[in-house]
Design a protein around this ligand. Structure first.
Ligand SMILES: Nc1ncnc2c1ncn2[C@@H]1O[C@H](COP(=O)(O)OP(=O)(O)OP(=O)(O)O)[C@@H](O)[C@H]1O
Ligand SMILES: [Mg+2]
Length: 232
């Protein structure tokens, strides 16, 4: 069953003469319990596509339907409800330097009116344990390694138990074994809990976790796997 349905999606940056179309009519379905990997060279539109799916950019032309809800015709309230289903792991981790690790991970829960502070903290500590950061929960981001920071960002994206996870280069700053742990965790979420995962990566070492592999080149999506030896 397709959880994410994209149809004839186009997107441009800029106005007038500087207007530049970066997505040229994307059509794709992403299914429940599957990991889709989007590979493609730098500047091909991968982050733009993920942000449109997450409702972080406004759709200009075409359609994205998430769990039956069309984003392009959603009210603000409906968009908020869709965003609650989504965990977004950004290309750069965007941790807040003045907050400690636990507070960073609790952030998304503070928007949930039903969540008390103590419950949010308990949930944050639980997920930090899952990503093996229990020893670091009181540290500030600057006291962590790149890989640890990335795992904090992953914990923050997963703390509200999203059914859809969008991950933009989640292993880019990690060494091989740490990157593998991260994708193994994502794979477990898809297989055990049926999470729908769409992951952008340049990292050839993790392509094997994909149930569905697509490439985005010059704003066009194709079902072909990247050629062996290509550097994305
Ligand atoms: N905010 C913006 N304003 C104008 N142009 C933008 C903006 N963000 C991205 N672009 C342009 O849109 C195109 C696609 O960018 P995007 O960030 O989606 O690429 P990407 O595939 O994620 O690249 P990378 O692998 O380097 O992260 C690029 O040509 C980029 O310069
Ligand atoms: Mg990008």
């Amino acid at each position: 069953m397709a959880v994410i349905e994209i149809k004839d999606l186009r997107y441009s940056f800029g106005q007038g003469e500087t207007r530049q179309e970066v997505l040229h009519g994307i059509t794709a379905d992403f299914s429940r319990g599957e990991i889709t990997i989007i590979a493609g060279p730098s500047g091909s539109g991968k982050t733009t596509l993920l942000k449109l799916i997450a409702g972080l950019r406004t759709i200009q032309t075409g359609s994205i339907v998430i769990d039956g809800q069309a984003l392009e015709s959603s009210t603000q309230k409906q968009l908020v409800a869709v965003r609650r289903k989504i965990g977004f792991i950004f290309q750069s981790h965007h941790l807040i330097g003045s907050l400690d690790v636990t507070q960073n991970v609790m952030m998304p829960l503070t928007f949930d009116p039903k969540m008390t502070a103590s419950k949010a903290k308990e949930r944050a500590l639980e997920i930090l344990h899952e990503v093996d950061l229990s020893e670091h929960v009181n540290k500030k981001p600057e006291q962590l390694s790149g890989g640890q920071k990335q795992r904090v960002a992953i914990a923050r994206a997963l703390v509200h138990r999203p059914t859809i996870i969008l991950a933009d280069e989640p292993t880019a700053s990690l060494d091989g074994p740490t990157g593998r742990e991260v994708v193994n965790h994502l794979q477990r979420l898809s297989k055990e809990f049926g999470n729908t995962i769409v992951m952008v990566t340049h990292d050839n070492r993790i392509l094997d976790v994909a149930d569905h592999l697509v490439t985005l080149v010059d704003g066009k999506l194709s079902e072909n796997a990247p050629e062996v030896g290509s550097d994305f």
